[in-house]
Write a protein that binds this ligand. Structure first.
Ligand code: C5P
Length: 416
């Protein structure tokens, strides 16, 4: 557990439980939160009571559990009582409940509390992988993020149905850690402190230029130098930015991915070509995100023909490639620049060094061995306020959070 809560400033959480098999983890979560000195008021949907009893939750939290909205005064006193809450946390959040939240429905006590809240909302989705990847769920999740709701997970793993895939809820320990971090004001994913409308938190009307994938530096007609990069993170950012309303230009090195819908893709091979394409499009960019794993060196003289083996050693002279991101960040009217750092060790130290040396307002760091080629990832965002770890989830969900954080900082900068 990452530090104890300040006892001088006791926190109050409404823990909403909806009807999924992961509801059993809410019991352990409430125990861990109560142990931290947090007041936990449980509110369950009717469906949740089929998975875990209100008696269990009452015993663990020491407070009567809210279930039926018609039990006294049509829920009005409950709405008032939750106004003392520092946050509402939904654990687990089913696909159905996420859909309700996204559409502002209030047909039971818990959804009414969520709609009537005046505090941040944290949601821990849990569902079968098909339900998670369904376009409707993804649309709803995107809507929640655009509305400033914080998502914790889901992650990939074995599911209750026996299948393996994305949709498994985080473990109670991980949830408790992240909830406590959010409550402690580490602002991990919390953008609600910024005076921004939901529309401003989105990317409507912004031009976003993104580099993605590796570059390939030819040695001769058939051989070359490249970096291990699938392009998945950069493509996920391009897709998420497009879905959030941005005009997206994606300058992509060679990848096996299909072009994200609705984006302008400029395919390049070498760092020099990537640099040219960025220079061509940077003037109209509001935000530049350098995700590409650009090869640091190219061969001084590449050969148009295949170099023949002669059994002896071959020496190649390598010359440095231009640093595209550093160039863009140093432009007189530079767009808001976001960098990436993939490191195999000393992640925090190297990432901060990189952010300082390239003069970036925001940098996302990941461990190369965890990130390369994978569908999910863990990021730490570094900005002037410090570091903000984002829990392991799929790259598209991470991309959305990263973009909303970038958008918040961008708008905050503009309003100064
Ligand atoms: O390679 P390095 O770790 O310095 O990469 C950090 C950031 O700089 C990444 O965002 C990467 O896309 C960018 N970069 C670049 N041009 C380079 C090298 C890196 O834009 N030649």
């Amino acid at each position: 557990m990452r530090g104890m809560m300040q006892q001088t400033n006791p926190k109050h959480i409404v823990l909403g439980i909806t009807g999924g098999i992961a509801a059993y983890k809410a019991a352990e979560l409430s125990r861990l939160l109560v142990k931290q000195g947090i007041t936990v008021q449980v509110a369950m949907t009717d469906a949740a009571t089929h998975f875990i009893t209100s008696a269990t939750m009452q015993a663990l939290t020491g407070r009567p559990v809210l279930v039926d909205q018609w039990q006294d005064d049509k829920g009005i006193s409950h709405i008032q009582s939750t106004h003392a809450a520092d946050t509402i946390v939904i654990v687990p959040a089913t696909a159905d409940f996420i859909a309700k939240l996204a559409h502002g429905l209030a047909d039971d006590l818990l959804s009414t509390l969520c709609l009537a809240r005046n505090c941040p909302l944290i949601v821990a989705p849990a569902m079968n992988k098909q339900m998670w990847s369904n376009a409707a769920t993804q649309r709803n999740v995107q809507q929640l993020i655009a509305d400033g709701v914080t998502l914790l997970g889901p992650v990939s793993g074995i599911q209750a149905c026996g299948e393996e895939g994305m949709g498994r809820m985080l473990e109670a320990e991980e949830l408790a850690r992240d909830i406590v971090a959010l409550l402690q004001g580490s602002e991990t994913l919390d953008r609600t402190s910024l005076p921004l409308t939901p529309r401003e938190r989105g990317l409507d009307g912004l031009n976003i230029l993104i580099t993605a994938g590796p570059t390939y530096e030819a040695i001769d007609a058939v051989r070359g130098i490249t970096n291990r990069s699938s392009g998945k993170m950069g493509y996920a950012i391009a897709q998420a930015a497009q879905e959030l309303g941005a005009e997206v230009t994606l300058v992509s090195g060679p990848t096996a991915l299909s072009h994200p819908y609705g984006t302008l893709v400029v395919d390049v091979t070498s760092a020099a070509e990537m640099f040219d394409a960025v220079k061509k499009h940077v003037d109209s960019a509001d935000i530049f995100i350098g995700v590409a794993a650009v090869a640091d060196y190219r061969v001084a003289q590449s050969s148009a023909q295949k170099i023949k083996k002669n059994g002896g050693n071959l020496t190649l002279e390598l010359v440095p490639n231009p640093d595209i991101l550093a160039y863009v960040a140093a432009l007189p009217n530079a767009p808001f620049c976001v960098g990436f750092a993939a490191e195999s060790e000393n992640l925090r130290e190297y990432a901060e060094q990189k952010r300082r040396s390239k003069k970036l307002p925001l940098l996302a760091a990941n461990l190369a061995q965890q990130a390369i080629g994978a569908d999910d990832n863990e990021l730490i965002l570094f900005d002037d306020a410090g570091e903000h770890p984002l829990p392991r989830t799929d790259k598209l969900a991470l991309a959305r959070v990263l973009l909303l954080h970038a958008s918040s900082l961008y708008h905050k900068g503009k309003s100064k």
